[in-house]
Design a protein around this ligand. Structure first.
Ligand code: ATP
Ligand code: MG
Length: 257
């Protein structure tokens, strides 16, 4: 089959390819759309993320390391935390999130922007496939105030009651509504200018694929006392400013890796 005749082209990406992570992620998102796990708009969100990742040099930059520690600290100190997982996050980092959920006893709730009950059920099964016994999201029984349905639907024992929510790749409206409920909102978003990035209490400007294992590791090494110190020293506005300055310096240096 040739290019342009409508047949998908099977692509083997060699592991030593300099952009292996980026290319395999793109394949995973495309396969996720085919499998009904990712909405087609997830392709657009992914492309936007790729562009910002390129500006970072596809690496975890120092301000993201600081924000990752702050995120771990907030989770260590939480009374009741939750990881909100959407389609893109599930196909890119599902396995790592399942592992973090088990190790640190943090429930996972499927919560998607373009909600259909079929897609929620497929995502729950996808996450259970990584060894989680319970995944929240089916039969939501609570409503996030100041947000239109169906996006407001959530689970009382999960997102609704949590004091700390980790919401990677979240939409700005919902991030604002969660903050309006008085929660500590942690996001992972490659765009330091998005409303989500600006709204969250802690914004990790990094690829979710790199950020999740980093949070997991930071939590494992942190006591509650250490967490308190890290949280009081962290300012999200300052961190985002440092992120923008990092990108600007990199651009003006003409750094092409
Ligand atoms: P907002 O609603 O917060 O203003 P937006 O409408 O511009 O943001 P959305 O489509 O709602 O964007 O959310 C997708 C966000 O996720 C984008 O900011 C994009 O940069 C980011 N993103 C996409 N892929 C990844 C990834 N792999 N890791 C981290 N962030 C990502
Ligand atoms: Mg949005």
């Amino acid at each position: 089959m040739g290019v342009g005749d409508g047949e998908p082209i099977e692509m083997e990406i060699p592991e030593d390819h300099p952009r292996y992570l980026s290319l395999t992620s793109r394949e995973r998102i495309a396969d996720g759309v085919e499998a009904g796990l990712v909405d087609r708009t997830g392709l657009i969100a992914h492309g936007r993320g790729e562009a910002f990742d390129y500006l970072l040099g596809e690496t975890t930059i120092p301000p993201a390391e600081m924000a990752t520690k702050a995120a771990a600290a907030a989770l260590v100190q939480a009374d009741s935390s939750v990881i909100s997982v959407n389609g893109n996050t599930a196909v890119l980092s599902g396995e790592e999130i399942a592992s973090m959920s088990r190790i640190h006893d943090i429930p996972v709730e499927i919560n998607i922007f373009h909600r259909t009950e079929g897609r929620v059920a497929r995502l729950v099964d996808h996450m259970k496939g990584f060894g989680l016994d319970d995944v929240l999201g089916i039969d939501p029984d609570a409503t996030i105030p100041n947000l239109a349905q169906p996006r407001a639907a959530c689970c009382e024992v999960g997102i609704y009651n949590a004091d700390v929510v980790l919401v990677p790749l979240e939409d700005g409206d919902r991030a604002q509504a969660l903050k309006g409920m008085g929660k500590t909102v942690i996001t992972i978003d490659l765009n330091p200018l998005s409303r989500t990035a600006r709204t969250a209490d802690i914004t990790i400007v990094d690829n979710v694929v790199r950020a999740i294992p980093n949070i997991d590791e930071a939590m494992s090494e942190m006591s509650r006392e250490e967490a308190q110190g890290i949280l009081s020293a962290f300012d999200n506005g300052d961190n985002l400013k440092e992120t923008m300055e990092f990108i600007a310096r990199r651009m003006s240096a003409g750094d092409d890796r």
